[in-house]
Ligand binder design. Structure first.
Ligand code: SAH
Length: 371
C-alpha cells in the first residue's frame, strides 16, 4: 500500500513507463463511448446509468467517452448519467481530477462511500472509490482497460513431484535483488487454483481478477448493464507472461521492486469461468477486429479529411497503425464483455421462437448498427 508501484510511481503515458491505447489515440475512447451508447440503446434506453471505470490511469479514456456522450447529448438527453472511478493510486486520482474536473474536487463527500467527488466539464457528477464494492448498486456500464493485467498473480510450475508454486524470495547473494524459488511441497494455492484438466506446464492465475469478475457478473445479473474488458491476454493457452516495464523498456521483475510496472497477460478463459454463468460472456476478440467492427476506418477517414496539416495526418495514421497493426497492439490486445443473459437470448425464446423480433447484435463483437 505504501511502497507499491501505483502508489509511488504509476507512470502511464509517454513520459512514464508504458503507453496505453487511450493515450495513443482519441479514436480509441470515442469508439468505446459509442459501444456504451449502442448497448444502452439495445437495452431499451434505461433512464439512468452509472459509468464505472476500474483503474482509469490518467483519466484520458473517461474524458474521450464523456466527450462522445456530450456530442450525442440529444440521444442521451433524458438519461441521468454519473461516473464512478475505482482507483487506488493517490497520484493518478489527482491527475484524473485535473483532467476531468479541472481539479475542482472535494475529499470525503458526506453522503457517499466515495473518497472524493467532483463535477465533470460537461456537468456529469464524478465519484472516486478504492474498491468496486464501494460503488453504489444500480444499472451500470463497467470498463476495465489494462486493469486486470496490473493485478497480482500466482505462478505455478509442473514438476516430476506434481504442481509447485513459484514463490518470490530474497536473494541472499545480491542486495536489492529478489529471486524465484519453487515451493518444496504443494501450497494452498496449488490446491485451489490448478484445474485437474490443466495441460500446460507453467500457469499464472490472478485470483483477484476472478473475485472482481464474480462481483461484476453478480451486479449485472441483479441491476443490469454490461462490462467491457480490454487487455492483452489469451484464452487459457499462454504460460510465462509475467513482465516488468520501466521507461518503456523491459525490466527484470525481480530487481528494484516498486519501481517498475509489473504485468501479466489476462487469462480470459479464467474470467469466463469466474462469471459462473451469472452473466453471459462475449470474446475475447482481437482489438483490430473489435475496432474495425466499431467503425474505426470511417472515423479515421473523417479525421484525415478534417486535418489541417501533414503532421496531424501523419500522427493519425501512425496511431491507427499502433492500435490496429497485428504486430503492434492489433492482435495481442483483446476485448471481452459480460452482458445480462437476456441481452443475447430472449428469455422465452425456447417456448415461442417466432414471436419476438431478433435482438440487435452486440457492437464490436459484430458490426455496429446504430438505428
Ligand atoms: N486504464 C488506464 C490505466 C491502466 S494502468 C489506461 O488504459 O490508460 C492500471 C490502472 O489501474 C492505474 O490507474 C492503477 O492505479 C489502477 N490500479 C492498479 N491496481 C488497482 C487496484 N487494485 N484497484 C484499483 N485500481 C488499481
Amino acid at each position: 500500500p505504501s511502497q507499491g508501484y501505483y502508489t509511488r510511481r504509476g507512470g502511464v503515458g509517454e513520459s512514464g513507463d508504458f503507453i496505453t491505447s487511450p493515450e495513443i489515440s482519441q479514436v480509441f475512447g470515442e469508439l468505446i463511448g459509442i459501444w456504451y451508447i449502442s448497448e444502452w440503446m439495445a437495452m431499451g434506453k434505461p433512464k439512468t446509468f452509472q459509468l464505472v471505470e476500474l483503474g482509469p490511469g490518467r483519466g484520458t479514456l473517461t474524458e474521450d467517452i464523456l466527450r462522445v456522450f456530450n456530442q450525442l447529448a440529444s440521444v442521451l438527453s433524458k438519461c441521468d448519467v454519473s461516473v464512478h472511478l475505482v482507483e487506488v493510486s493517490p497520484k493518478l486520482s489527482e491527475i484524473q481530477a485535473v483532467m476531468l474536473t479541472g481539479g475542482k474536487v472535494h475529499p470525503n463527500p458526506k453522503d457517499k462511500s466515495a473518497y472524493m467527488n467532483g463535477v465533470g466539464k460537461t456537468g456529469i457528477p464524478i465519484f472516486w472509490y478504492r474498491d468496486i464494492q464501494d460503488v453504489p448498486p444500480g444499472y451500470s456500464f463497467y470498463l476495465a482497460h489494462e486493469f486486470f493485467d496490473a493485478l497480482p498473480i500466482h505462478k505455478f510450475q509442473r514438476t516430476e513431484k506434481g504442481w509447485r508454486e513459484v514463490l518470490v524470495d530474497i536473494n541472499p547473494e545480491v542486495p536489492d535483488q529478489l529471486r524465484f524459488v519453487l515451493s518444496p511441497s504443494r501450497t494452498p494455492a496449488t490446491q485451489n487454483f490448478i484445474q485437474p484438466e490443466e495441460t500446460r506446464d507453467h500457469v499464472e492465475v490472478c485470483p483477484e481478477a476472478g473475485v472482481i469478475v464474480q462481483r461484476l457478473a453478480s451486479r449485472i445479473e441483479k441491476d443490469g448493464g454490461a462490462t467491457l474488458v480490454a487487455d492483452y491476454g489469451h484464452d487459457g493457452t499462454k504460460t510465462d507472461t509475467f513482465r516488468g516495464f520501466r521507461n518503456h523498456k523491459l525490466h527484470d521483475v525481480l530487481s528494484a521492486p516498486g519501481t517498475a510496472d509489473l504485468t501479466a497477460d489476462v487469462d480470459f478463459s479464467y474470467l469466463r469461468k469466474m462469471a459462473q454463468g451469472r452473466a453471459a460472456t462475449l470474446g475475447p476478440i482481437k482489438q483490430r477486429e473489435f475496432l474495425k467492427n466499431m467503425g474505426i476506418d470511417l472515423r479515421l477517414q473523417v479525421l484525415l479529411q478534417n486535418a489541417r496539416d501533414t503532421a496531424t495526418r501523419e500522427q493519425l495514421l501512425h496511431s491507427y497503425d499502433m492500435l490496429m497493426n497485428p504486430k503492434k497492439m492489433g492482435d495481442c490486445f483483446n476485448f471481452f464483455a459480460l452482458l445480462p443473459h437476456h441481452r443475447l437470448v430472449h428469455p422465452d425464446k425456447k417456448d415461442k421462437p417466432e414471436s419476438k423480433s431478433p435482438l440487435p447484435p452486440v457492437a464490436g463483437f459484430n458490426e455496429l448498427l446504430l438505428k
